[in-house]
Design a protein around this ligand. Structure first.
Ligand SMILES: Nc1ncnc2c1ncn2[C@@H]1O[C@H](COP(=O)(O)OP(=O)(O)OP(=O)(O)O)[C@@H](O)[C@H]1O
Ligand SMILES: [Mg+2]
Length: 286
C-alpha cells in the first residue's frame, strides 16, 4: 500500500497503514541529475502474467526531465509498463520478469530499495481518479504526512499551494474538510494530481489521465504537465494522438508488448521509421 492507491487492487482506497508509509522516509539511493529529474531505463525487459509474455525484450531510455508519450493499441502493454516502473505488478498472480528497470542507474528491484521510497520518487496518476476516503485537504498531504516531509503546522499551506498548482484551489477553498467524493470526476483527478505532486516526485507516470475529462480540464492538465519539466521526468500514456503531439517531447510506440519505435515526437509523427508506426499515427491501424 502506498500513497498511490492502486485502483486494480481491491484494498485500494483504504487508508494506508502508517507504519508502512513511514518506511517511505528511507532514502532510495541512486543519483538524480543536476536538475533533480531522474533517469529511467528499461533493460531487456520481458514480463509475463502466467504463461503469457505481456512485454517482450523491451529496451528503452526515458528522456530525463522531458515528457515521453507512450502510445499503442489497446492491450499493447502500456499500463503494464507504467505499473512496472513503480513495481505495482509485483504482487499480481503469475507475474514474472526478466531484465531490469533502472532508476538513476540502480535496479528498482535491488534488495536495498524501500518500496515506499521508490513510490515517492516515482508517482503515478491513474485513468480513474482514486481519492482516499479522507478530507480533500488530507488527500493532498497524505504522502507528505506519511513521509514526514513537513511539520503539521505547514500542512494547510502545502495543501493550498498544491491545489493552486493544479488550478483547483478556488473551487474547493471553502470545503477543504469535506469528502472528495462529491467533487466532479475532473476535480477528483486534479486532486489526485495535487496529491501526487505534493511529495515532489522525480518521475510522474500518467495513465490516460484526461480520458474522462472535458476539454477545459484536459487543457489544464496538459498545460500543467509542460510546467513539470525539466524538474520531473514525465511518462504519459494516451490514446489521443493530438494530445501526444501537443504535450510530449519524445514518443514511444508499443504494439503487442514490443517496442516498435521510439523517437522525437515530431519525427515519429511526421516521418516514422517503421510502417507499423506510420499506420498507427495516421489512424490506419488494424
Ligand atoms: N493482472 C493481469 N493478469 C493477467 N493479464 C493481465 C493483467 N493485467 C494486464 N494483463 C494483460 O496484459 C495485456 C496488456 O494490458 P495493458 O493493460 O498493459 O494494456 P494497455 O496497453 O494499457 O491497454 P489499454 O489501452 O486498453 O489500456 C493485456 O492482454 C491484458 O489482458
Ligand atoms: Mg491501459
Amino acid at each position: 500500500m502506498s500513497i498511490q492507491a492502486d485502483p486494480a487492487d481491491p484494498r485500494s482506497g483504504q487508508v494506508p497503514p502508517a507504519t508502512a508509509l513511514q518506511a517511505d522516509a528511507a532514502g532510495f539511493g541512486g543519483t538524480p541529475s543536476a536538475n533533480g529529474a531522474s533517469s529511467l531505463s528499461v533493460v531487456d525487459l520481458t514480463l509475463s502474467f502466467g504463461p503469457r509474455a505481456i512485454l517482450s525484450n523491451l529496451q528503452l531510455k526515458v528522456a530525463e526531465g522531458r515528457v515521453t508519450a507512450l502510445l499503442g493499441p489497446t492491450g499493447s502493454g502500456k499500463t503494464t509498463l507504467l505499473r512496472t516502473f513503480n513495481r505495482m505488478n509485483d504482487k499480481v498472480t503469475g507475474y514474472r520478469h526478466q531484465g531490469d528497470v533502472l532508476l538513476d542507474g540502480r535496479s528498482i528491484w535491488h534488495s536495498g530499495i524501500e518500496l515506499m521510497s521508490l513510490r515517492r520518487k516515482v508517482g503515478m496518476l491513474f485513468q480513474r481518479p482514486n481519492p482516499f476516503p479522507m478530507s480533500i485537504m488530507d488527500n493532498v498531504v497524505a504522502g507528505v504526512k506519511a513521509a514526514k516531509m513537513a511539520p503539521r503546522n505547514q500542512l494547510r499551506d502545502i495543501a493550498e499551494r498544491r491545489l493552486r498548482d493544479v488550478g483547483l484551489f478556488d473551487a474547493v477553498s471553502g470545503r477543504l474538510k469535506d469528502s472528495p467524493f462529491r467533487l466532479s470526476g475532473g476535480q477528483q483527478q486534479l486532486l489526485c494530481l495535487a496529491r501526487a505532486l505534493a511529495v515532489d516526485p522525480d518521475v510522474l507516470l500518467l495513465d490516460e489521465p484526461t480520458s474522462s475529462l472535458d476539454p477545459m480540464a484536459t487543457e489544464a492538465i496538459e498545460e500543467l504537465v509542460r510546467t513539470l519539466v525539466p524538474k520531473i521526468t514525465v511518462v504519459i500514456v494516451t490514446h489521443n494522438l493530438a494530445q501526444a503531439r501537443r504535450v510530449s517531447d519524445s514518443t514511444v510506440f508499443l504494439n503487442k508488448g514490443r517496442l516498435v519505435e521510439h523517437g522525437d515526437t515530431k519525427q515519429l509523427f511526421e516521418n516514422p521509421a517503421e510502417e507499423e508506426t506510420a499506420r498507427y499515427v495516421s489512424g490506419r491501424f488494424g
